[in-house]
Design a protein around this ligand. Structure first.
Ligand SMILES: NC(=O)c1ccc[n+]([C@@H]2O[C@H](COP(=O)([O-])OP(=O)(O)OC[C@H]3O[C@@H](n4cnc5c(N)ncnc54)[C@H](OP(=O)(O)O)[C@@H]3O)[C@@H](O)[C@H]2O)c1
Length: 164
């Protein structure tokens, strides 16, 4: 099994504000769908509840919560990070956030799919955890300019954890 994480970050590693994403980038939504489709996705209960349409179709949705009563149709509910990874039914499992869950799972992640948005939001309140870039190797980078649908420039970057 391979553990991946996928995240869209601003230039200062911010990822959200008031329980929502920082901006709407259709090109990134499409990329997220392409990368995660058919796989197990692991998320915190707050991220799951932020989706307008849920669970996300075509993927095993695994939601982590401490609330033993919480359930939702079509969702695999777990109560720890370890349980989340063990519950994954696909070979590749994708951690999809939010800040709390990224911080706890990053040590397990082997491949990091970053969308780096070339902008900053002063009102951000959720951040990707800091990490040592020397432990990672960049294996892909694709630059995108802004256009009429995507208001910001961004890069799709894939990092793989270096073998010790
Ligand atoms: N930019 C991006 O790519 C991206 C991606 C995803 C999310 N986000 C943003 O991130 C923000 C949400 O992040 P967040 O940190 O507030 O919330 P989160 O990580 O989505 O969810 C946190 C919740 O997950 C559960 N949880 C976390 N660790 C657990 C553990 N070890 N055991 C059991 N349950 C656990 C708890 O749920 P209970 O409270 O139910 O116990 C906790 O309150 C939003 O702004 C969202 O839009 C951004």
């Amino acid at each position: 099994m391979s553990v991946h994480a996928i995240v869209a970050v601003a230039s200062d590693w911010a990822i959200g504000r008031q329980g929502e994403l920082l901006c709407h980038l259709p090109a990134d939504m499409k990329h997220f769908k392409e990368v995660t489709m058919g796989h197990s996705i692991v998320m915190g209960r707050k991220t799951f509840e932020s989706f307008p349409r849920r669970p996300l179709p075509g993927r095993q949705n695994i939601v982590i919560t401490r609330n033993r009563q919480w359930q939702y149709p079509g969702v695999t509910v777990v109560h720890s990070v370890e349980e989340a990874i063990a519950a994954a039914e696909t070979e590749d499992v994708f951690i999809i956030g939010g800040a709390d869950v990224y911080a706890q799972t990053l040590p397990l992640v082997e491949v990091l799919h970053l969308t780096v948005i070339h902008a900053r939001w002063a009102c951000a309140d959720a951040y990707f955890p800091t990490f040592d870039m020397t432990e990672w190797q960049e294996v892909e980078r694709e630059h995108h300019t802004s256009d009429h649908r995507n208001a910001y420039e961004f890069d799709f970057i894939t990092l793989k954890r270096r073998q010790p």
